[in-house]
Design a protein around this ligand. Structure first.
Ligand SMILES: [Zn+2]
Length: 461
């Protein structure tokens, strides 16, 4: 089966030109500005853009939580991803403290395998580090294609490593060719503020926000950069939200240290005033919380300066019924927000269409950088001969409205209800197969393939 996409405006992280692209055997076989090719199917994409499929390296599907799971499973979540132009996701496996990484992998793959619509991979969150886990880290990098290991500097007693364990993990990961990613917030300070607010009877969602001030993220980000430098490990900070955290990365540049930074679409497009909506604010309860308008401007500029390298989602939806668990106590509201479907269109609409970033920068932070950083390149993340034909035909002029009535995510509200966005992912290809066309899914669950990732290639010498 050969497919020709002709007259498209081909947009990559470095270029933009009108051309014809031939897909064969699941790969991009040829690209030309004027030559045409024989094909079984020809699509005329005049006036539309052809971009690499987006990669979301921060999602939590069917994540165990308080006796339940995040409400998108691997089928519904990956289908919603495809509708929004995301062709590969990287989810997080969570080690149970006292148990092995191998058991955690088995548990996560039992839920995900044969169910995904888009391609998928995993990071491993190490929550309990010891000699046995050190051996497992080596095995995961060499044999399982899992090369990124997440640590939590918060959630003591469940997920957090102390600084000694975290540094020991960094050294083992570095030696074996992997990278360490981090949830960088100061858990002790946050726990203290949560207890203080509760003791004062301050129980509304607003106090979730007020329990995680900017300093808790800035301090932990700075400490993480220092320890990563000491351990000489390739490092990446997830879901950065604010000026203070980004400054921690900028300050590491004086020692020529590479720390990659990620933000998420909600931190660019929403702000903390939503927590003043009484309990409705629970929709946006996530950690770290939404920040101030000044932080949004700061994040956009950090993207342009190359300090923030990736825009992800931290997609972790809970239905309204589950959010109500925290009706009388903000600390019991399940943390997380649905966005896997809207990242590409929101980044275009809020970023490119409003002149904040270029379209090349958009492709870079949605596709090319995640592929390069997490070892999915050169098969994914770019429009190049020989790469997987993961492609999006994007209509930059089409306006539409985001709503829980029309989204494909398994959650009964939208955090962007009624937002009019410009730009629509109209047709999506995954490994050469047309998987979404004008809102219709053309594949079944299980089409998505597990992706083994390569060792880190971007560590400084
Ligand atoms: Zn997360």
């Amino acid at each position: 089966m050969k497919t020709l996409i002709k007259n498209a405006t081909i947009v990559t992280s470095t270029a933009e030109y009108t051309g014809n692209l031939l897909i064969a055997d699941g790969k991009i076989q040829a690209i030309s500005k004027d030559a045409s090719y024989d094909a079984d199917e020809t699509i005329d994409a005049e006036g539309k853009w052809l971009m690499p499929g987006a990669i979301d390296p921060h999602v939590h599907l069917e994540m165990p939580f308080m006796g339940t799971y995040s409400s998108d499973d691997y089928a519904s979540g990956t289908l919603a991803a495809l509708h929004g132009g995301t062709t590969t996701v990287i989810d997080f496996i969570l080690q149970t403290q006292g148990d092995t990484l191998a058991n955690a992998l088995k548990s996560w793959r039992s839920r995900s395998d044969d169910r995904c619509y888009c391609d998928y991979s995993f990071h491993m969150a190490v929550t309990d580090f010891n000699d046995n886990v050190a051996e497992e880290v080596k095995h995961f990098i060499e044999n399982e294609g899992i090369t990124s290991f997440k640590t939590f500097m918060a959630y003591k007693g469940a997920l957090m490593l102390d600084d000694g364990q975290m540094t020991a993990l960094m050294k083992v990961v570095s030696k074996n060719g992997g990278m360490v990613t981090v949830h960088a917030t100061n858990g002790d300070v946050i726990d203290n503020l949560i207890a203080k607010h509760k003791s004062e009877g301050k129980l509304a969602p607003l106090y979730h926000y007020l329990s995680q001030p900017e300093v808790t993220e800035a301090e932990a980000s700075s400490r993480f950069c220092d320890l990563a430098h000491y351990a000489d490990v390739p490092a990446y900070i997830v879901h950065m939200t604010c000026e203070g955290a980004v400054e921690a990365i900028r300050k590491s540049y004086h020692r020529n240290q590479i720390v990659q930074g990620e933000t998420c679409i909600q931190y660019l497009s929403l702000d903390a005033s939503l927590y003043e909506k009484n309990f409705e604010g629970a929709k946006w309860v996530m950690s770290p919380p939404l920040r101030e308008k000044k932080d949004q401007e700061y994040l956009w500029s950090a993207i342009n300066q190359g300090i923030i390298n990736v825009v992800a989602t931290d997609h972790c939806p809970f239905t309204w019924e589950k959010k109500l668990l925290g009706k009388d106590d903000f600390s019991k509201i399940p943390n997380g927000h649905p966005a896997i479907e809207h990242r590409v269109e929101l980044l275009y609409s809020e970023g490119v269409a409003k002149g904040k970033i270029s379209k090349q920068k958009m492709v870079e932070v949605l596709s090319t950088n995640p592929a390069r950083i997490f070892g999915l390149a050169p098969q994914k993340g770019d429009i190049a001969i020989g790469a997987d034909a993961d492609l999006v035909i994007f209509n930059p002029n089409k306006k539409h409205t985001l709503s829980a009535k029309t989204h494909h995510m398994n959650v009964d509200y939208s955090c962007y209800e009624g937002w009019e966005v410009t730009g629509k992912c109209e047709t999506v290809f995954l490994r050469g197969k047309k998987v979404i066309d004008k809102g219709e899914a053309l594949i079944k669950p299980g089409f998505g393939e597990y992706q083994k990732r390569s060792k880190v290639s971007w560590k400084r010498s």
